[in-house]
Design a protein around this ligand. Structure first.
Ligand code: HGY
Ligand code: MN
Ligand code: MN
Ligand code: MN
Length: 422
């Protein structure tokens, strides 16, 4: 049954929600919901998505950066214009949710399907992109596909390896991408008329404000550094405290200092958060002094200066404590994205669409990173947020109601129509 209420976009809410349910079946069975980029589940999902792109009337291709791109041509006789683009990502973190990234891809397909089946041809070509590996991949790199589009996937990243020793370039080839072709940006400045991404907020603001739509003003930059702390593995019972070299005690100094530093900087006047979310230790036995710790710390802020100095300042602060523990540590950067502003053209387009459809909205920053950050190199960007239950994300408890998804998809559809008339 297609929702044909007067004035509202003729989207098919049931078809949209059915796609959410189908895509969520492509997961590690014993770890819902997990669809890691480059995994078998991911490749199955990609094959299904390509069918859905095509069923929605779009021409489909996989670009050199591993992005799945669907495209509706502009109306016959329309002047040549850059495309209006939407999209997001269908990969997840380990035991993530069914909506982070996913709703941006599936809502884009529903917009295309609705345009196509109602014979509505825009003045701009319309593209929907499922970006490759927006989440930090097993190679340590995130936003792989959108970095490729914007020319930010350099040889050092392509040489990064996963725990099995496979390089990112090999992984990309395995899923049909052509990393050897990435000698520059896949899309240059001005190649996108406007990019607008629908995404769950992944935070509590909209739910607390009881608002259906958020208009994103800016997206935090993210800097990820790898710490390696080396001590000496020893017997936990026979090694006195004054001669042990406990690598985990050293790592704990770094983690504690990062937490204190972020607390001290938070809200003054910038947004600053720091997290160590990935850590491995050797030999990882209850009766052995840890000899080696490898961990990743990320710091996020809307201020480039904080991003540029936080890891280095942190490392300098903990050096005396590490020396006291007789452990060695080194730090190297894994990846960095800059704080990125959304453009008035797109923000006002979203707000106009909300007014036309009768949705209240509020402007707000994004503490999460998104592919939109990299699409900013190709043209003006904007993001539409919808609330998610208790702001939870990157967890199986992530949830939205079908009506909330429909709200967001309606605003996405209408925003595309508004921007098409610009
Ligand atoms: O980590 C992020 O900010 C995004 O959800 N991948
Ligand atoms: Mn995410
Ligand atoms: Mn996401
Ligand atoms: Mn995103």
């Amino acid at each position: 049954m297609t929702l044909h209420t007067t004035g509202l976009p003729p989207l098919n809410a049931e078809r949209l929600w059915r796609r959410i349910e189908t895509l969520s079946t492509f997961t590690l069975p014993d770890a819902p919901w997990t669809r890691r980029a480059f995994s078998p589940e991911f490749e199955q999902a990609r094959r299904w998505l390509a069918e859905e792109f095509s069923n929605a009337g779009m021409a489909v291709r996989l670009d050199e950066g591993g992005n799945l791109v669907g495209r509706l041509p502009a109306a016959a006789g329309a002047a040549p214009r850059a495309p209006i683009v939407t999209g997001s990502h269908c990969d997840t973190v380990m035991m993530g949710g069914r909506f982070d990234g996913i709703i941006g891809v599936l809502a884009g397909i529903e917009v295309a399907h609705t345009l196509h089946e109602n014979g509505i041809a825009l003045q701009h070509p319309f593209e929907v992109i499922d970006f490759l590996s927006e989440e930090p991949s097993d190679y340590g790199i995130s936003c792989i596909g959108s970095r490729a589009i914007s020319g930010k996937l350099g040889p050092d990243m392509l040489a990064a390896t996963n725990p099995q020793g496979e390089t990112l370039a090999q992984g990309m080839r395995r899923i049909g991408a052509r990393p050897e072709a990435l000698i520059g940006p896949l899309r240059g400045k001005g190649s996108t008329a406007a990019f607008v991404e629908l995404h769950i907020e992944q935070g509590p603001v909209l739910e607390r404000s009881q608002l259906p739509i958020g208009v994103v003003t800016n997206i935090v930059g993210i800097r990820r550094v790898a710490f390696t702390v080396r001590g000496q593995a020893d017997h936990a019972g026979t090694t006195p405290m004054d001669i042990r070299q406990d690598a985990l005690a050293g790592a704990a100094c770094i983690i504690g200092a990062a937490n204190r530093k972020a607390w001290a900087l938070a809200g003054q006047p910038h947004y600053v958060v720091a997290t160590v979310g990935r850590l491995s230790l050797t030999p990882n036995a209850s009766n052995a002094v840890p000899g080696l710790v490898e961990m990743t710390m990320e710091v996020r802020s809307d201020n480039a200066g904080v991003l540029a100095s936080f890891p280095e300042e942190l490392f300098a602060e903990v050096r005396p404590a590490l020396a006291g523990l007789r452990v060695q540590a080194d730090m190297h950067e894994v990846s960095r994205s800059q704080p990125t502003d959304c453009q008035e053209l797109v923000m006002q387009g979203i707000e106009q669409a909300c007014r036309q459809l009768g949705y209240a909205s509020m402007r707000m920053p994004s503490g999460a990173g998104h592919d939109a950050v990299y699409m900013a190199a190709t043209g003006p960007i904007g993001m539409i947020f919808i609330p998610c239950l208790q702001g939870r994300s990157h967890a199986p408890e992530e949830w939205i109601e079908p009506a909330q998804l429909l709200d967001g998809t309606r605003v996405l559809y209408q925003t595309v129509r508004v921007l098409d008339e610009q």
